[in-house]
Every structure is written in structure tokens, then in C-alpha cells.
Design a protein around this ligand. Structure first.
Ligand code: CA
Length: 444
């Protein structure tokens, strides 16, 4: 894991005052990276501090980042170039940014940085990297068990599940930044009875999935594997992911080759990537396998991964329906959970992904799969919360949901907290459900 250093000191503050609010997601200990569209339309990369964004391309042009190996990468239109750098380069950048933004910075430094700070509310955030490949895992044992129970009550986990980090190749072209509206998909829908034909129409079982995503750093050549001891170095940082899912499309198509059109219509990502360095205080032991579960095969196991391969991120899903908005009500929290229920660590997922020689490249996105806790109330999707749609959940305003309705806003958020350290947040990952495209959506 990454060592703790002065950038993790809980007492550190910034001269950007909004960063010092107790509930700020982006205090100086966080320094997450993102990509945004400037007024000119030209994308740039930045770092979040309080409610401001420091334009790193402009800061580099002004000479504030001279001497850093990452200087050129910061002028690029996406984070891929920065993600290609190794950990030491990224740590040096973190240290420089800390120095520039620290309350200890002198007046001249503050004056030189200020012109390159823009209000976060003024910038349009983009997907952080040009994602070449997106892979989604299925790493929460609580999610896999509850979903498995819907289909195989006596045998929810298939025999391979405890041995292999199960995953599938997702679709990179339909990754969208938080805030992008999500059009309800159409598709071939599961028949209502076993002997009935399928229908084509609007999905009536649209769901969200609360997930974490890792942006890959560096690259292994095609044919090269990534030993577990090197996998942590290949993690640039973590964001929130909403893997929107159409259960009636998915349920009909998924056998025998897995998810396809029930997933590929849209996947939302939060715009700020919280770096592995920023997460250092919040590392946790890998999931402790209960008695009777197999230990991972040797290529997926080492002491370091067991000791702190996990990361403790508190997660939340909130729903803001159009009825709530019309009445001026705030969102309702559906689920609170944390990432400790992931049976596989990100390092294990990454090592397994490359175990056949598959090349993972800087800017690739690897998502965890739905993050659910042991109790049904900690479920990270409606499929679990509503027991496959059979037990709709009741909202405080009297509405019910088995699956999402048009106009629903889904808001994911995440935060790390630990005694003795400054809390850091992930910002939000939001998306509003739009009606299906009427031109292509005959009623089911
Ligand atoms: Ca998923």
C-alpha cells in the first residue's frame, strides 16, 4: 500500500476556505483528479479543492508545476497521460499540489494559483479518461448470493464463484459522466410465462447498481501478466459507478454468454477519481473468508493483500422522484452500505483480469459489481431490495418502487471516515431516467 505522509495529516488545511468545511468532500487531504470542458470547449484536467477546480493545464503553463515528470501529461485533454505515470511520479504531483494549496503557502504562491481556480459549479465534468476498455466484476458475495437466491434458492452461488473473480466485458462507448440523463432502454424482453414468446418494447424493470470503479494506471504488454504484488501499483484511483441495468432485457438474454444489451445502454461514472494515495488511511484487510470457503489460489493471495488489500468506503444510494421534486422534498436514502463486503480486492480483480496475458491499459475502467451488505436493507440495487420486483419498497411520501420510473433521479455518494484522519468524499454520481425513445418503443 501507499505510505502515509504529511498530505494525510488531519490538521492540514487549505487557503481555499471551502475545502476546510467539516463535510467537504474535497479537503486538501483528498486532491482527486477529473476532466472537464473549458468554456472554449477544449477539455482539460483538474484537481478538486473544496468547491473549486484547479485547472492543471493552465497551472502547468504558468510554471507552477515545473520540474514534475507529470507536467506534460497535465496539459493533455484527458487523464490517460497522467495515468500512464508510475506511483512515484504521481506522489510527487500530489506533494506539489498540496504545497500550492496548503494554508501554509505564502501570499505570492496563493496569488499565482488563484487565476487558475474555477468554481466547480461553472465547469462541465466529463468522463475522467478516454476509457479504452470497461470491465465489470461481480465481487460482492452478498449481492451475488441474494441475486442467486432469486433464481436458485437452494444453491445461490455457482461452484466457480468463490474461486474466480467473476466478470464480463462492458461497453466503453456508453460510459457517461454523472449528471447525464439516462434514456430508458428498449429491447427484447423476457416472456411473462415460460411458454410465451418474448416481446420488444420499453424496459419495465430498469434498475441501478451501486458500484465502485478503478481506473487502471500504467500498462502491461499483451501476453504479460500482473503479479498480485504489482497490482496495487496499477491502481490509479477509485470513482463511483452506476451500472444501469434493464432486468427484463438482461433476464432473457444473459444465458449462455452473460450480460449484453441489458447493461450496455449506459453506465454513469462520478467525475472525480480519488487516488490510491488519498485512500491510504482507509485501507482495510481483505474480506475474511468464512470457515469452509476455499482460500484463493496462490496467484490471488499474498500477505499484503490479506492485510490491507481492502478499502473502507461508506456508500449511499438516494432516490429523488419527480413527485418529491415537485413538492420540494429532498432525496430519500434507499441504502447505506460499505465496500467491505467485496469478496475480492481490486488488486485481485486486476491480477485475475491479466492472468491470461490480457493487456490492461492506462485509463481502462474496472468496476466492482454491485456493492451490497449482508442485510437486505444494504442492497445496492432494486432487484435485491424488491426481491426481483415481488416486494416493492415504500417511500416516505407514499410512492412505491419495484423498479425505476421515468423522472427518477438516482444519486450515489461515497465517503471515507476513520478516527484520526480527515474524512474525504467522492462527490456524487447522478442520473435521471428519461422516457424511452418513442420512435423505437412500442408498448410491451
Ligand atoms: Ca454490474
Amino acid at each position: 500500500m501507499t505510505d502515509l505522509d504529511h498530505t494525510h495529516d488531519a490538521a492540514a488545511t487549505s487557503w481555499v476556505e471551502s475545502a476546510d468545511a467539516t463535510d467537504a468532500d474535497f479537503p486538501i487531504q483528498n486532491l482527486p483528479f477529473g476532466r472537464f470542458a473549458r468554456e472554449s470547449g477544449q477539455p482539460g484536467v483538474g484537481v478538486a479543492i473544496g468547491d473549486r477546480v484547479l485547472d492543471l493545464g493552465r497551472a502547468a503553463e504558468a510554471g507552477l508545476l515545473d520540474g514534475l515528470a507529470t507536467r506534460t501529461a497535465l496539459g493533455a485533454p484527458s487523464l490517460n497521460a497522467l495515468m500512464a505515470h508510475d506511483t512515484a511520479d504521481r506522489v510527487s504531483l500530489r506533494h506539489r499540489l498540496f504545497e500550492l494549496l496548503s494554508a501554509q503557502a505564502d501570499a505570492a504562491t496563493q496569488a499565482s494559483v488563484t487565476p487558475h481556480l474555477v468554481p466547480g459549479s461553472d465547469v462541465r465534468m466529463l468522463v475522467p479518461a478516454q476509457v479504452g476498455d470497461y470491465t465489470d466484476f461481480y465481487a460482492s458475495i452478498h449481492h451475488a448470493t441474494r441475486v442467486g437466491q432469486l433464481f436458485r434458492p437452494d444453491n445461490p452461488l455457482l461452484p466457480n464463484w468463490r474461486w474466480i473473480p467473476i466478470g464480463y466485458h462492458g461497453r466503453a462507448s456508453s460510459l457517461v459522466p454523472s449528471g447525464t440523463p439516462i434514456r430508458r432502454p428498449t429491447g427484447q424482453l423476457r416472456p411473462s410465462a415460460d411458454d410465451a414468446p418474448p416481446t420488444f418494447g420499453r424496459s419495465a424493470r430498469l434498475d441501478y447498481e451501486l458500484e465502485l470503479g478503478v481506473f487502471v494506471a500504467g500498462e502491461n504488454a499483451l501476453g504479460e501478466t500482473v503479479p498480485l504484488r504489482e497490482a496495487e501499483e496499477r491502481i490509479f484511483g477509485v470513482c463511483l459507478v452506476n451500472d444501469w441495468s434493464a432486468r427484463d432485457i438482461q433476464g432473457w438474454e444473459y444465458q449462455p454468454l452473460g450480460p449484453f444489451l441489458g447493461k450496455s445502454f449506459a453506465t454513469s461514472v462520478s467525475p472525480w477519481v480519488v487516488t490510491r494515495e488519498a485512500l491510504a488511511p482507509f485501507r482495510a484487510p481483505a474480506f475474511e473468508r468464512p470457515d469452509g470457503d476455499p482460500q484463493p489460489l496462490p496467484y490471488l493471495d499474498d500477505v499484503s493483500n490479506r492485510v490491507d488489500g481492502g478499502v473502507d468506503i461508506r456508500l449511499e444510494v438516494a432516490l429523488h422522484t419527480s413527485a418529491m421534486r415537485d413538492r420540494g422534498d429532498g432525496p430519500e436514502v434507499l441504502t447505506r452500505g460499505d465496500s467491505l463486503g467485496l469478496y475480492w480486492t481490486f488488486a485481485q480483480m486486476l491480477t485475475h483480469h491479466a492472468s491470461n496475458g490480457c493487456n490492461l491499459r492506462a485509463g481502462d475502467l474496472i468496476a466492482s459489481g454491485t456493492v451490497s451488505g449482508p442485510d437486505r436493507s444494504e442492497s445496492g440495487c432494486l432487484l435485491e431490495l424488491s426481491t426481483g420486483g415481488r416486494t416493492p419498497i415504500s417511500l416516505a411520501n407514499g410512492e412505491e418502487r419495484a423498479f425505476l420510473e421515468d423522472g427518477d433521479d438516482v444519486v450515489l455518494s461515497g465517503r471515507c471516515e476513520r478516527d484520526g484522519f480527515r474524512s474525504i468524499g467522492f462527490g456524487a454520481c447522478t442520473g435521471r431516467v428519461l422516457p424511452a425513445d418513442p420512435a423505437h418503443a412500442p408498448s410491451p
